[in-house]
Design a protein around this ligand. Sequence first.
Ligand code: ASP
Ligand code: MG
Length: 425
Amino acid sequence: MAFVVAKFGGTSVASPERIQMVARRLIASKQAGNQVVAVVSAMGKTTDELVGLAKALNEDPPAREMDMLLSTGEQVSMSLLAMAIQARGYKAKSFTGWQAGITTDRNYSRAKIEDIDADRIKREVERGAIVIVAGFQGLTEDGDITTLGRGGSDTTAVALAYGLGADVCEIYSDVDGVYTADPRVCPRAKKLDEICYDDMLELSSAGAGVLQARAVEFAKKYNVVIHSRSAFTDTPGTLIKEVTSMEQAVISGVAHDTSEVKVTIRDLKDQYGIASTVFSALAGNMVNVDMIIQNVSEEGHTDLTFTCPESDLERACETVERVLPQIGAREYVVDKNIAKVSLVGTGMKSSPGVAARAFTALAENQVNILLISTSPIRLSIVVEASQCANAVRCLHTAFDLDSDQVFEETQLSAEEIAAKMNKGR
Ligand code: ASP
Ligand code: MG
């Protein structure tokens, strides 16, 4: 018998049939003697649709109203799931984020959980109910509804698992665990049985969509064991936890991210205060900068390149244009056709030669590197978007990650994949 928090993503509750599947799964868990709390996302693409509705009425929707709106998606799925369970003769009760005692700061659309008082949920569980909580939402101290950022239901689930002292936080989605690479891009990707928090965190931040990075951060901080698994099968997925096996691979996985763009400011003065001016202005305009690269200067001038999410590009351009005269530069160039490919592994720390091996593999496959950046457990390169799949595959092979099994449905050529990806075109 265990105390289980089980989170179901949008695809897992996308239709009445799928909600029935979730209801059956929760009831089975309850029958097996577990205490069960479920956290649900909004049905299917509901959140995107709500964003669309808002934008149709106001180009720049006020943050408070946006959170009011988006929090409704999860309320629909939680109540439907409770009804489905009750129809099968079991006790179930749904709760909004605030009823579940989740208090957040006031940063609408990306609020952070500040406190969690799970007493009410605990009482209901002890009375024998399957409790369902709306993911992705909380309440500020002054009683306003907030949301936790896209994919935030994962964080709700991990936070509740911590607040309730649950044994495990199961995260159900349409993928059956954490893979060494995205199987849609890399047909020889394989599922990991377990992965440590640090590697998972790096993979999530580097573009692996399976878990929200913030949820992993929370889990690491409070030592919550996450089990990432499929909502459609019973096969075990991947455990994300502190200790992994003694013999750790050098590389846990290869992630890719095509959502960023590259901005280069040309010929700026090589002088103190320039970087401070540029990045203070970008920060002031809420541009989320990822990589920053500046080269040695020649004749008192240098180039400065940074990457940021494409969604921040408009603000980035505005900002750069404004500061150009202050930093003695005349022009900047934007490149949207890029992909970031990252090798991730805690084992990197104690194993020299990772960069050499990676660059050799890329060279042998004629992949040109545009930018390079590293952390103690990550090596990221930026390549042309059309080279993304190629880069992922050859790195995957070079670091012995290839599985014997091939994902047949994803046996597309690297070019076909590039064409499918938004920016490969
Ligand atoms: N419904 C929200 C979203 O689509 C939260 C979540 O699914 O985790 O981002
Ligand atoms: Mg989601």
